[in-house]
Structures are given as C-alpha cells and as structure tokens.
Design a protein. Sequence first.
Length: 400
Amino acid sequence: MGEAPAFVVDDLKGNFTNGFHLKSKGYETSIDFGCNKTYVIGATENESKPTFGVRIFNKSTDEWVIPNVLGTKPEPSIGHSAIILDEERILVIKGNTSSDDSFWFLEVNTAFVREQKTRLGTEVVAWSKGVIGEAEKPIVISGPSGVGKGTLISKLMEEFPSTFGFSVSHTTRAPRNNEQNGVHYHYTERSVMEKDIEDGKFLEFAAVHGNLYGTSVEAVDVVADKGKRCVLDIDVQGARSVRASSLEAIFIFICPPSFEELEKRLRARGTETEEQIQKRLRNAKAELEQGKSPGLFDHILVNDNLETCYEKLKKLLGLTDGVKNTPKTVFHVPLEHTVSRIDQKILINCGVEEQEKSATNMFVLDFTSIKGGAPARTRGLRFYAVEPSINGTIGTQIPS
Ligand SMILES: Nc1nc2c(ncn2[C@@H]2O[C@H](COP(=O)(O)OP(=O)(O)O)[C@@H](O)[C@H]2O)c(=O)[nH]1
Ligand SMILES: Nc1ncnc2c1ncn2[C@@H]1O[C@H](COP(=O)(O)OP(=O)(O)O)[C@@H](O)[C@H]1O
C-alpha cells in the first residue's frame, strides 16, 4: 500500500477528459469516485502483456491501494472508456470489441463487494461481465449420490451438445477410473483449493462425503463464454449457496423411487468402497429431507424409469418442441468512441468514420433493468443502434 505505482497522479491530470472525470493515458483510464478516490483501470506499464489491473488513489491519505480483485476480469483491449454508473459500480466499455464482450462492470461498493471487504479486511473490487438481454438461466441439479444426476446430465449433453455446457467443479476427492481431470472435475489439493476459496475464486463450495467440492466463478463463465447454458451438478448445501448468490438459476432436485433402489444403484455402479457407500447412504437421508426445504428447489423429479425422467427433465427445460435459437444481434464497438449519459442510458458515439462503414455511429446502452452482478454476470443490459436526430438527441431506434 502506498507504494509508487507505474505512474503518478499528476501524469493523469493533463490527459484527455471526457466530461465524466475520466482521463485516458495509453491503456489506462482514471475515474474519480466519490470525493476522495481515483480508480485507475487498465494496463500497468511494467508488464509486457497488458492486463486490466485496478489501483486506487486515496486523495485524503495520498496513498495508493492495490485492491483484491475478484471475479473474472476482462481480456485486455487496446482502449477502453469508463463511466460511473451509480454509487456502487463503474461501467468499463472496451473498444475494438464486439458488443457481447464490450461491457464490463467494475463493482466498487455493491453488497457483494462490501461483504468481501469485511471478510478479507482489505480494499476489494469485483468484475462482472455485462450480458445483453436475459441470458438463459443456469441449471442446478442436486440429489443424493447414486440417484442418476450424472446419467441424466450426460444424456442432456449428448442430445444438445451446442446448447448445454457442464460446469466442471473442483474437488479434493481422488478421480475414479473412468474420470478425467478437467472433464469430470478439476482434481485438486485441499490446501490449494482452500487458498482459492479464500481468494474469492469460488461461487460456492461445500464439504461433501468427507471431501471438498466447489464451483469456481471461472467454471460457470467458461460455459457462458461458449454461448451455452450452464449445468451444475452440486449438493444441496451448494444449491443453497447458489440460491443466495447473484447467479439466478433453475434448481432441480432428483429423488430416487425408494431408498432401497438408491442403495442398489450405488452398489451396482461399483465406484465406491463399502465404507464410502455407507457414508453416502447416511448422507442421502439428510439430503432427501433437505431437498424438500421450502423455496429451495423449483422442481422435484423422481428418477424411476430413466427415459421417463429424462423426458420430464426436457419438458421442464422447454426442450420438447426443439430448441429455439434466438439469433443475437452483435455490433462492433470501435476503438474510438465517446460516451455520454442520459438518465439510465449511455449514449455511445462512434464518430463519423464508423458511420461511413455502417448505417449508424450511435448506440444506446440501457441499464434500467440490470440484475445479477459479481461474482456472476450482470444481465439485462439493452443495447441498440439509433439514428441520431437533427437536434442531437437520441432519434429512432433501429430495429435489430
Ligand atoms: N457443493 C458442491 N457439490 C458438488 C460439486 N461438485 C459435485 N458436488 C456434489 O458432490 C457430491 C459427490 O459427488 P461425486 O463424488 O462425484 O459422487 P456421486 O454424486 O456419487 O457421483 C454430489 O452430491 C455432487 O452433486 C460442487 O462443485 N459443489
Ligand atoms: N433410472 C435409473 N434406473 C436404473 N439405474 C439408473 C437410473 N438412473 C441412473 N442409473 C444408474 O445408477 C447409477 C448411479 O447413477 P449416477 O448418474 O452415477 O448417479 P449420481 O451422479 O447421482 O451419483 C449408475 O450406474 C447409473 O447407470
């Protein structure tokens, strides 16, 4: 803290300002937040590969603070602009990028960030990628060991490989014979996983059957980045944590037709020792009880006949009439652009050169209905092109 950064505040003062207390210097952007903090967002000069670093200059103490940065940060770009959205977050717009990767929220004072500041006892900021429209909700599948969660999920992946993606959890348990690292789980040392949990890399985690299991923020982001809907196979404690998080999901609990049948399946699978089977069966009793907790699961499915259960799963996911692929309109946000704000909308002006290349040079980013946020994504952004009207206000919306 207070250590000399790669640049000094005075350097930033003489640079470009866009009317929002924003000054740019190469890859860096500085933005005044509240009365005594300046956030500097962008590449650091001493790194060969630029990254989206964040430093905070506290004007009242004249000190630099390097915060703990949580969430998946944006890939660096050669230019970006930033604007304060509210008392909680800064919107960072990456230039020379398509609109599905342009909008990032740097949370500086949201409930999540405040909670993490208390937990870690340090300054904290958190990145959350902005999603245009309503991203399809991830699907959380829970149920006792041996009930058939993995079997149902595999069937879903096989039938709809381009629609669904599996969230690969981390675990401290040893791989089974047929399991591959990075495919079924990321197999990890307990000490490493505990450190990553401490560093805020996990969306949720739980101790299950004597091992640690957890969903990293990255595991869910990787699936979303491929444009797929994420499926999480996690225990009831994990489902509870996700319910309490900013990740809005659909929660499905899978039940066995009877306890005897559950035991039969677990034994027939032949992957556990007798001791492990006993432990899983004991835990199953509690899990089956918790599965009924009011408000936790949206749907309960009994996996009696596999095909019947699978059909019911597809039905509740709206997959029986064929998957509807709504085409997404993606715009290019050029490197050179200016931003201005009208109420809950950001007007992005891309200049005359862009207008020569396409029909418009004006875009509106409407954040009236945003929801979610770090450690997951911020959904509900609306983004559209507009025809500028003669008097310079926002004109007609161009249908996408
Ligand atoms: N909370 C949480 N639970 C997980 C995660 N990954 C797997 N689990 C749960 O851990 C339990 C044990 O999983 P596993 O060892 O693969 O055994 P199986 O359920 O018998 O196939 C299951 O209830 C899983 O749903 C995770 O990332 N977080
Ligand atoms: N409906 C079903 N009827 C009979 N056996 C099933 C059914 N569903 C799954 N199984 C079998 O039960 C065992 C446990 O299923 P699995 O998918 O590994 O459970 P989980 O992932 O919930 O631990 C596997 O051998 C699987 O083939």
